[in-house]
Ligand binder design. Structure first.
Ligand SMILES: Cc1cc2nc3c(=O)[nH]c(=O)nc-3n(C[C@H](O)[C@H](O)[C@H](O)COP(=O)(O)O)c2cc1C
Length: 189
């Protein structure tokens, strides 16, 4: 796929199935991720790949978060959280490694860079014949989940990228941008 076609047709998958990206594709996805603009050459990105049986343990983290944040949750709700881990053959956890000591690059810039890295992963997946969906939810911001994933202090999750082969409905046309753009000519407003 031409790069511009990937960019102007991208949409999230609504359903994903096997196969997950193979080793070569995954390497290209991470090679794309680390081309994210990176103020100060901080490389403020961390990536965790969760696949196979590890997804069951990931699902337990999601359910554990729900149980802690909403102790009255039903068994069905908790099971729904566990099942989320199996909605794709692969999950890539994207985290920003935020170094607050670097005053010239504020935390928001480091976090944004990780967001761009996540976007690059999604676009690369699409260009390589796969697709993805970007999810967060409360678990992404939960300290215990971060710790269970082995993320350290200063590492914040920007997304759980569910990745696989698109099994959803075809794309609907969208993407009107004209109402979002204006020319600024310098005249006072
Ligand atoms: C940082 C971030 C977090 C998101 N978290 C969720 C989420 O937890 N659940 C969800 O349904 N969509 C979430 N989304 C939105 C979807 O990934 C997706 O963009 C949206 O459903 C629109 O689909 P589209 O990408 O095809 O336009 C998130 C998007 C971003 C950028």
């Amino acid at each position: 796929m031409q790069a511009i076609d990937t960019l102007v047709t991208r949409r999230s998958a609504t359903a994903l199935t096997e196969p997950a990206p193979d080793t070569g594709a995954l390497e290209l996805m991470f090679a794309s991720a680390v081309r994210a603009p990176d103020h100060g050459r901080l490389r403020p990105w961390r990536f965790l790949v969760v696949r196979g049986e590890a997804r069951a343990r990931f699902g337990e983290l999601l359910a554990g978060h729900l149980a802690r944040s909403q102790p009255a949750s039903s068994a069905e709700s908790l099971q729904r959280e566990r099942d989320k881990a199996f909605r794709a053959p692969m999950i890539i956890v994207v985290a920003a490694h935020v170094n607050e000591a670097v005053k010239k690059v504020p935390p928001i810039e480091q976090t944004l860079s990780a967001g761009v890295a996540a976007g690059n992963i999604m676009l690369a997946a699409l260009a390589l014949g796969y697709n993805a969906m970007w999810k967060t939810g409360g678990a992404a911001y939960d300290a215990q989940v971060r710790q269970s994933l082995g993320l350290g202090p200063g590492e914040v999750i920007v997304g759980f990228l569910y990745v696989g082969t698109d099994a959803g409905k075809p794309s609907v046309p969208r993407g009107e941008w004209r109402d979002l753009v204006r020319e600024w000519d310098g005249a006072a407003v």
